[in-house]
Design a binder for this molecule. Structure first.
Ligand SMILES: Nc1ncnc2c1ncn2[C@@H]1O[C@H](COP(=O)(O)OP(=O)(O)OP(=O)(O)O)[C@@H](O)[C@H]1O
Length: 289
């Protein structure tokens, strides 16, 4: 549905994005876009939406009408009620639309309907845009840091709703997030950007297998565990975590048995985006180094 053949965006002297490999978004893909601050995630979305000028070749059969977007900042008229904004954008009446009523109730948004947009809090503005984006049922939907600024509980409620909502609906999703747990729930492909370049792109399980192996066993990182598991391949991992790569089930059994015999607490993961990302970036540094 959308293929990036080549894409570059510059702001003055600063190259914000330089993609020179083919990136394909297929129908019903759930793509997580990940990368540190300034990696080019929002710039990528903005260029796909045609909001920022770019050089390159993006091929798509979609028009802007087929896309819905939840950006970090969205703005609407302050002259009319939020209810009227919703009804106008969605081309529907609240009392006739069961899905709209359901989302308003779910996100506890009833008390905001009579307000003007500029009287909503940051979190309420987020929820308004979310409801609008979820109901637009676009072929391609972008969520740019949809849960940033939300408290932990609201974030969990939102992610559960989004995951359930899109598990029953078709359409391609592009989700920018700094939260690995969100991406593990919602996405099946990953685009990892670093300093405007693509570090990795592909299905989660393929990238995991490429950079981590069959599975990963994590234990607490101490001098004792480091030595104890010295003969096993230790992956890059967040601080305090020792990540042991298992190439196959046999490997996994050996490490798990060692943990059990030695009373070491462990976790087994086969989709850990954080560890996968650290190792993908690590291999990039080595190959460029
Ligand atoms: N309108 C702009 N004018 C000038 N520079 C910009 C503009 N938008 C982005 N940039 C620069 O382009 C680079 C990529 O920014 P971008 O917002 O795409 O990063 P990001 O990955 O979305 O970061 P974050 O996680 O902080 O939101 C940064 O160096 C940023 O300063």
């Amino acid at each position: 549905m959308l293929t990036i053949k080549k894409l570059s965006v510059t702001f003055g002297q600063n190259v914000a994005l330089e993609i020179d490999q083919e990136i394909r978004f297929e129908e019903n893909d759930r793509i997580g876009i990940i990368g540190s601050n300034g990696a080019g995630k929002s710039t990528l979305i903005n260029s796909l939406l045609g909001i920022v000028p770019y050089k390159g070749d993006i091929q798509t059969n979609l028009t802007p009408r087929d896309m819905a977007v939840h950006l970090q900042e969205n703005s609407y008229s302050n002259n009319v009620s939020v209810k009227l904004i919703m009804e106008t954008i969605l081309g529907t009446k609240l009392k006739a639309n069961k899905e709209l009523q359901e989302l308003i109730a779910y996100f506890d948004f009833d008390k905001c309907l009579a307000k003007r947009f500029n009287k909503l809090s940051g979190g309420q503005k987020q929820r308004l845009t979310l409801i609008l984006v979820m109901l637009q049922k676009a072929d391609l939907t972008f969520f740019d840091e949809v849960s940033s600024g939300l408290d932990f509980e609201t974030r969990q409620i939102l992610m559960t709703k989004l995951t359930n909502w899109y598990s029953q609906r078709s359409g391609t999703l592009c989700v920018v997030s700094h939260y690995y747990d969100e991406l593990e729930k919602l996405t099946n492909k990953l685009l990892l950007l670093d300093k405007g370049r693509v570090v990795a792109f592909g299905r989660l399980e393929e990238l995991f297998s490429q950079y981590c192996g069959y599975s990963v066993i994590t234990v607490e990182d101490t001098p004792v565990t480091k030595t104890f598991f010295g003969e096993y391949r230790q992956l890059k991992a967040p601080s305090q975590v020792l990540a042991l790569a298992c190439h196959n089930q046999e490997d996994e059994r050996k490490i798990v048995n060692l943990c059990i015999q030695s009373n070491i607490n462990y976790k087994r993961r086969n989709n850990d985006i954080e560890i996968m990302t650290l190792n993908a970036k690590g291999s990039e540094e080595v190959s460029h180094g």
